[in-house]
Write a protein that binds this ligand. Structure first.
Ligand code: MV4
Length: 451
């Protein structure tokens, strides 16, 4: 077992991981950039190492600096959190080469699944449903046109190196395909340094349903059920819930078992998320696989009672999963709202500043994952997530009432600081959200209602 773990991340997730390590009796090493020197995780951890200035490239993405911090502090393992180096196969490889456990899947699996076109092909091979589309990267607009004629319109062009909604374009009119191809390819090259694109039939009014899996090094693979993450704005999730509402038991079982089958097929190890689109007629198709802990993991923890970060660490240390498929029975409903330091009135522009007041909600069945404190300087350098408000209740109506109560308790103030709290409350009261009939178009509708 590890005695010291380095946390290669910042913000709420770094603190979340440090807490799991402490409960396991492990020493924690935080790393921090200059503006994060007084952060909550730096105070919480047993040791903290400065790894560079504010720009991520110079600190949280700086592999030599992170590695040196691990070697100097005697860490045997590194937890990468989400974002930053969490899905970088080169980083995982460098860790292993230096005798440090990377808490996540192998470099080989991250490499394979990081190519979204290759992942799609591998999952089709494993028998998972994927949408009609290209099986390899498209050579050019001509091949795109040919493929789209077979799948039918609308189609979506996606960057092979993309994911999470970055580098995508929906094309409804065949006449627009060629221009969209060129544009998406140029964008993919600029953002990812990789211009390969693939294409799929596009599903309108989809829901985003994802399955959490856990796999050990000894061939055991289980799922922890599914989450619905359909409330998104520009591919940023705003509200997530577990379980996904309105799925038949049969559908739930098929999606979750498909995810486990996919994980086994590639020899996945660790915690992973299989992302599906659910069509209005309740067919599901695999979109992509995320090789990391996800922001929204707490909703799954709340309904299953499983500490996913603890399981990640134990898996990396080589322990067999202590959970068996029948052990995980989801109970009740959990909701998460992401409270961001953004101004909805200014197109969700980041609204950083020093917090003069920060009182998160609490009370029964409320969990707030945050690194913010009164006096904390919300900086312009990183994403604007301030706090994840998570609630649990026996049923969805009570969970909604509880979330509204919790968000209503939030007190955040500071020079220049705005938050998304009120906007989130307006989503929760929408009739289609209350009836669980919403799709990925909901946020746009709420925004249109403002105009
Ligand atoms: C799709 C889709 C419909 N059809 N692909 C967005 C994030 C990335 N992981 C996959 N995404 C989607 N891919 C096909 N073939 C719908 C989404 C999607 C979405 C699209 C537009 C607006 C909001 C969305 C929210 C979630 C998923």
């Amino acid at each position: 077992m590890f005695s010291t773990v380095l946390i290669a991340n910042r913000g709420e997730i770094a603190l979340r991981i440090a807490r799991a390590c402490r409960e396991l009796g492990m020493r924690t090493v935080a790393v921090y950039s200059t503006p994060d020197r007084d952060s909550a995780v730096v105070r919480f951890a047993d040791e903290a190492v400065h790894i560079g200035p504010a720009p991520s490239k110079a600190s949280y993405l700086n592999i030599p600096a992170v590695l040196e911090a691990a070697l100097l502090s005697g860490a045997q393992a590194i937890h990468p959190g989400y974002g930053f180096l969490s899905e970088d196969p080169d980083f995982a490889e460098v860790c292993e080469a230096n005798g440090i456990f990377f808490i996540g899947p192998s470099a080989r699996v991250m490499q394979q699944l990081g190519d979204k076109a290759a992942a799609r092909a591998a999952m089709a091979e494993a028998g998972l449903p994927v949408l009609p589309g290209s099986t390899t990267a498209l050579s050019g607009p001509a091949e795109a046109k040919e493929t789209a004629q077979q799948t039918g319109f609308p189609v979506i062009l996606k960057a092979a190196a993309g994911g999470g909604g970055r580098g995508m374009a929906v094309v409804r009119d065949p006449d627009d395909l060629s221009a969209a191809f060129q544009e998406t390819r140029a964008h993919a090259y600029a953002v990812f340094g990789d211009d390969r694109l693939y294409l799929e039939r596009y599903i309108d009014d989809a829901r985003h349903v994802e399955v959490q899996v856990l796999c050990d090094r000894h061939g055991s693979a289980i799922h922890l059920g599914e989450r619905d993450c359909s409330v998104q704005r520009r591919h940023q999730k705003l509200v997530e819930e577990a379980p996904a509402p309105g799925l038949s038991e049969e559908l739930r079982t098929s999606i979750c078992e498909a995810a486990v089958r996919g994980a086994r097929a590639v020899g996945y190890v660790g915690a992973g998320t299989f992302e599906f689109v659910l069509t209005p007629s309740h067919e599901f198709y695999l979109m992509e696989i995320n090789c990391r802990l996800q922001v929204e993991h707490p909703v799954t923890e709340m309904v299953t009672g499983v500490d996913i970060v603890r399981e990640q660490i134990l898996i990396a240390a080589g322990l067999p999963l202590s959970l068996r498929p029948g052990d995980v029975v989801p109970r009740g409903v959990a909701l998460e709202c992401r409270v961001n330091a953004e101004d909805p009135a200014r197109d969700f522009a980041p609204a950083p500043g020093r917090l003069t007041e920060f009182v998160p909600p609490s009370g029964p069945f409320v969990r707030v994952d945050t690194h913010a404190l009164p006096g904390w300087q919300v900086g312009p350098d990183y994403d604007s997530l301030l706090a994840k408000t998570v609630v649990w209740a026996p049923d969805r109506d009570q969970a909604l009432a509880r979330m509204d109560r919790a968000l209503g308790e939030f007190r955040v103030a500071g020079e220049g600081v705005s938050t998304t709290v009120d906007f989130l409350r307006r989503i929760l009261v929408r009739p289609e959200f209350r009836a669980a009939e919403h799709t990925t178009g909901l946020v746009a509708k709420v925004l249109d209602a403002d105009e």
